[in-house]
Design a binder for this molecule. Structure first.
Ligand code: KIV
Length: 271
């Protein structure tokens, strides 16, 4: 039986069960009600209200500027749309790194004000106190290692991470630590496929990859990239399932032309 039939409502427990049964996990981003309704209806297991909303929705160059209030606005719109998917919400930059009490306050605001089901934080041992505190309050936490876009100014580029042995070993350590702390899943972004496979094999919690190859427990993409709305972004790992940028441009140009030539509206389109 496919996951979409078996799990009427996806929970953090279902995801761990999917890994143990060898059932791959599908995850996509959404930031608004209309898109989330389509994504949930199509059977996606996990909807990520990613801080990539900063780029995709607001046009910022990085994920750093998005605020907690803005994430709560996006997440509550998504939560109103869903019947089945687990909704995970990114804690934005600056809301969990300074101390664990602030991290807990931020996570509680997300859970209380948006109705999301879990939070995601970027980082390993350097944020372990924040993760512990949030987990102790009963809030499920998804980890995120490898390319962590909130640290873009430390890395300098969005290129593949953990190609060198030392960084790879640290990543494995961090993944094991996140499992020990009690995270329910882990996102690995843009790392060598062989390393991602090794991580997925060495921990029991599901590993969901983006640019991390196929030997992990699930995949995540940014919705607007996979439906081809963000046509200027084409990393190797991205598979485009539609070319919506071109299709929308054609449709909108036709509309403009129809308005200009009085082709729209016609007699059947008026009262
Ligand atoms: O914010 C986001 O969309 C993400 C995914 C790229 C995993 O964190």
């Amino acid at each position: 039986m496919s996951a979409s039939k078996k799990y009427k409502r996806v929970t953090v427990k279902s995801l761990i069960e999917m890994k143990s049964l060898g059932e791959k996990i599908s995850m996509l981003t959404a930031y608004d009600y209309t898109m989330a309704k389509i994504v949930d209806g199509a059977g996606v297991d996990v909807i990520l209200v990613g801080d990539s909303a900063s780029n995709v929705m607001a046009g910022h160059e990085t994920t750093l500027p998005i605020t907690l209030d803005q994430m709560i606005y996006h997440a509550s719109s998504v939560v109103r749309a869903i019947d089945r998917a687990l909704v995970v919400v990114d804690l934005p930059f600056g809301t969990y790194q300074s101390d664990s009490k602030e991290a807990l306050r931020s996570a509680i605001r997300i859970m209380k004000e948006s109705g999301g089901h879990a939070v995601k934080l970027e980082g390993g041992k350097e944020i372990k106190d924040s993760i512990k505190k949030i987990l102790n309050a009963g809030i499920p936490v998804m980890g995120h290692l490898g390319l962590t876009p909130q640290s873009i100014y430390k890395f300098g580029t969005y290129t593949v991470r953990a190609k060198e042995e030392q960084e790879a070993l640290q990543l494995i350590e961090d993944a094991k630590l996140l499992e020990r702390l009690g995270c329910f899943a882990l996102v690995l972004e843009k790392i060598p496929a062989s390393l991602a496979k090794k991580v997925a094999e060495s921990i029991r919690i599901p590993v969901i990859g983006i640019g991390a190859g196929g030997d992990v427990d699930g995949q995540v993409l940014v919705l607007h990239d996979m439906i081809g709305m963000t046509h200027e972004f084409h990393p190797r790992f991205l598979r485009r399932y539609m070319s919506l940028y071109e299709e929308m441009t054609t449709a909108i140009s036709e509309y403009v032309s129809d308005v200009k030539t009085s082709e729209f509206p016609n007699k059947n389109e008026q009262y």
